[in-house]
Design a binder for this molecule. Structure first.
Ligand code: AP5
Length: 219
């Protein structure tokens, strides 16, 4: 069975985009392109781009389109992105979605479509406030639903687990409002061109992954 290899994972903060994109990209043999991860790398290595992005991210606001788009264009120029990509957290505005379509069309490989991960808002808040990540290898955990074997230590590499700077309840509330205002219109954007699949994001990580693979199978 062949699979679509140029896909966007769309959904609110905490829907499971990062968790699923990581698995899906490995399964498809294409890179996982997460703008959030790229920004956090710039923040932790204190680049000028990181210093600019940090002020927006701490508030739960979007980083301006021009900054985001030039960072993504650089990432797409890397050789591994020629095979395809699983985009996570990008695009987030209609302007970003339009630019992505253009960039991929110029490369002769249009986007296959976007998958919307649907999860009710009360569950999103619990997922985000309970999330922890490894400061060394970035693996993601949840205090209740996918806890590490030893408290505060990463199962994969033994690194220390941390809470993301934007996962406190007030910033989560702001991120959800920004999603509704700026990103939710992308559902209609992709639906209009017949490129949207809806997937129920509730259930175990394995169950959601199986649903995703089901919609991305291309006979
Ligand atoms: P970003 O890093 O993209 O954050 P986000 O979209 O808010 O999404 P999250 O990473 O919080 O959630 P997720 O859906 O990936 O869920 P996860 O799999 O981790 O962006 C951060 C910031 O960067 C933005 O606010 C903005 O400032 C900036 N930014 C990024 N991209 C931008 C762009 N394109 N334009 C402008 N600005 C941009 O799962 C969450 C938790 O739930 C985890 O603990 C996980 O273990 C758990 N979980 C996952 N699946 C399940 C399941 N099935 N059952 C139970 N628990 C689960």
């Amino acid at each position: 069975m062949s699979m679509r290899t140029r896909v966007v994972l769309l959904g609110p903060p905490g829907a499971g985009k990062g968790t699923q994109a990581d698995r899906l990209a490995a399964r498809l043999g294409v890179p996982h392109v997460s703008t959030g991860e790229l920004f956090r790398h710039h923040v932790s290595t204190q680049t000028p781009l990181g210093r600019e992005a940090d002020t927006y991210m701490r508030r739960g606001d979007l980083v301006p389109d021009a900054v985001t788009l030039s960072m993504v264009a650089d990432r797409l120029a890397d050789a591994d992105a020629a095979r395809g990509a699983v985009f996570d957290g990008f695009p987030r505005t209609v302007a970003q979605a339009t630019a992505l379509d253009q960039q991929l069309a110029e490369r002769g490989h249009p986007l296959d479509g976007a998958v919307l991960l649907e999860v009710p808002e009360d569950v999103l808040v619990l997922r985000l406030t309970g999330r922890r990540f490894c400061a060394e290898c970035q693996a993601t955990y949840h205090l209740e639903w996918s806890p590490p074997a030893i408290a505060d230590r990463c199962d994969r590499c033994g690194g220390p687990l941390r809470r993301r700077a934007d996962d406190d309840e007030a910033t989560v509330t702001r991120r959800l409002a920004v999603y509704r205002a700026e990103t939710f219109p992308l559902v209609a954007f992709y639906e209009k061109s017949g490129r949207l699949w809806r997937v129920d994001g509730l259930g175990s990580v394995d169950q959601v992954a199986a649903r995703l693979e089901g919609v991305l199978a291309s006979d």
